[in-house]
Structure formats: C-alpha cells, structure tokens
Design a protein around this ligand. Structure first.
Ligand code: MHO
Length: 211
C-alpha cells in the first residue's frame, strides 16, 4: 500500500501508553503511531526494565492535516497532568519531548493557553533525546485483542512489523478501543494514496473482520 505522507514527529508521555496510541491513531492526519520508552538515561529499556524512562507514544503526522494545537488539546484533555501527592513516578510522567525550537515554542504556547482554564499543569517539557520502541505485544495493543482482525490484515502486509507501522493499523487500533467507527474510517480512506482496486479490496477485507 502507498504511504500517507508525514512530515512531523512528536513524543508524548501521558500515563499507560496503550490508550493514547489508540486515541491518536484515530485522528485523520496522524500517519503512524508507536509506543515506547523515552526521556530517561537507562540503556536498552524494556517494559519490565524501563529504569528512569517514561511510557510514551510517538506520532508521525502530516502538518497540513492536523495541527500542534489539535494534538496537544487531545493530549491535555485525555490524561491526568497533575502531580498530586507524588502519585506519579517516571513511568507515567506527563511529558512532552521537543525536537526543535519550533516544537518547544508550540508546546510552551499551547501549555500556557491550556493553563488559563486548567490551572498549573505539571507536564514536563524537555528536549528529545532517543526513543526506544516497546515490545511488539505493546504495539497496537487494542487491535491485538482482536485476533481475527490481525489475521485478516496480515494478508496485506509482509510482516507483523510492517502491519504495526501502517496507518491502517493505527486507525483500526482506534476502532478496537472505540475512538473511531468503521464508517468514518472508510470515508477517510477514499482520500488515501491507494489505487482504486486495492482500496476496494482493503475495504471489503475490513468489512469481513469479526470485531
Ligand atoms: N493498567 C495496565 C498498565 C499497563 S501500561 C502499558 C496494567 O494492568 O498493568 O502501563
């Protein structure tokens, strides 16, 4: 399948990374999602040994279709960004990692705007250093609760990794979690860079999935 184009990447920490991946995976303009560990110094982190890293979701998106403002409003409206009673540790830190001055400026500007209604946000802003993908079982976690979907989708991709990195898997992960319905997805897909006969085949396959 031809790739949707993405020109920006952001990395967000907002608690357990399963649900944010499904939330953003449902958003038109978000091209790829993956979950992993970032923000810390521990070498070779894993889920059971993430050390001082934070669970994060990485989004690649097309800035012509979705803005920092839209993405960060979803960010602050869908997790607890307050450190109350020291309840949060590094694993679930509310965290925004910026890759350049443009991102740092956008994150600060939108944070100040959100604080007008939400009060002081304890979200940490820090420079991006490295992203370590989590184990495969954590990628597209909700989609994988539907083995029939995964099995049917595997006929479209060469490997599980290719499936996990696709826009289609990002959207269907959103469907599996209830953030998106199939009708909206099918409408959106008519605008994707996919040949007409291939699109027909994919839409028919999606309709056969037992959710
Ligand atoms: N509530 C989840 C957290 C997992 S998330 C990847 C659990 O049952 O462990 O942090």
């Amino acid at each position: 399948m031809n790739e949707n184009k993405a020109d920006k990447t952001i990395t967000l920490g907002m608690g357990c990374y399963w649900s944010p991946e499904a939330l953003f995976g449902a958003v038109p303009g978000v091209v790829r999602t993956r979950v992993g560990f970032a923000g810390g110094t521990t070498a070779d982190p894993t889920y059971r040994g993430m050390g001082d890293h934070t669970e994060t979701v990485e989004l690649q998106f097309d800035a012509a279709l979705v803005s920092y403002d839209e993405l960060l409003e979803l960010f602050w409206n869908n997790h607890n960004p307050y450190n109350i009673n020291g309840y949060k540790d590094r694993q679930y830190q509310s965290l925004l990692l910026y890759r350049d001055d443009e991102q740092a400026e956008a994150f600060r500007r939108i944070k100040s705007r959100m604080e007008e209604t939400k009060g002081i946000l304890d979200t940490e802003l820090a420079p991006f250093n490295a992203f370590y993908p989590a184990e495969s079982r954590h990628q597209k976690y909700y989609l994988k609760r539907f083995p029939d979907a995964v099995e049917k989708l595997m006929s479209l991709y060469l490997s599980e990794e290719e499936l996990e990195r696709s826009t289609l898997a990002a959207r269907l992960n959103g469907v599996a979690k209830g953030f998106l319905n199939l009708e909206r997805l099918q409408n959106e897909m008519k605008g994707w860079p996919v040949a007409e006969d291939e699109l027909k085949e994919i839409l028919s396959l999606i309709r056969q999935i037992r959710w």
